[in-house]
Design a protein around this ligand. Structure first.
Ligand code: C2G
Length: 129
């Protein structure tokens, strides 16, 4: 079976995330999501509204997602790709080029982001009513 791997914070889940996960799953048979731990979000200069356990429970409820693993550091990707025998690594193209070092271990695909939606813009809209 073909295993796909992607990473993210997936806070305030929205159609941008869903469409990324849907397209990633369509590339293979088993989709693994490396979900950013709360402390790793700080390293990404991102704070997530929802704590890791809630973001994990939400992702596990998505039909496209087969396994959720914690993302705790920038340098766990190679280990994860080898450990889970990943065939394709997928990220939104805001990351284009950033993970090309993984091409030694698996296919690397950057998918177009969904325009005009982000967790931060949703938060802003909620705040401003
Ligand atoms: N995404 C998208 N369209 C949007 C918003 C997000 O396609 N409108 C994609 C992103 O490109 C990413 C995934 O959804 O592939 C998750 O988005 P984030 O939670 O913002 O992920 P990020 O914080 O970029 O974490 O080690 C990699 C990092 O953990 C990636």
């Amino acid at each position: 079976i073909k295993t796909i791997l992607t990473y993210g914070t997936f806070d305030f889940l929205h159609v941008g995330h869903i469409r990324l996960l849907k397209r990633a799953k369509a590339l293979g048979d088993f989709l693994i999501v490396g979900l950013s731990a709360d402390d790793f979000n700080l390293l990404k200069h991102k704070s997530s509204f929802l704590p890791f356990d809630q973001r994990k429970e939400i992702l596990e409820a998505i039909c496209y997602v087969d396994l959720v693993i914690p993302e705790k550091s920038w340098d766990q990707k190679i280990k994860d790709v080898l450990h889970y025998k990943v065939d394709i690594f997928v990220m939104g193209d805001d990351w284009k080029g950033e993970f090309d070092f993984l091409k030694e271990y698996c296919e690397v695909i950057y998918l177009p982001r969904t325009k005009d939606i982000s967790s931060s813009s949703l938060k802003g809209q909620l705040r401003n009513g």
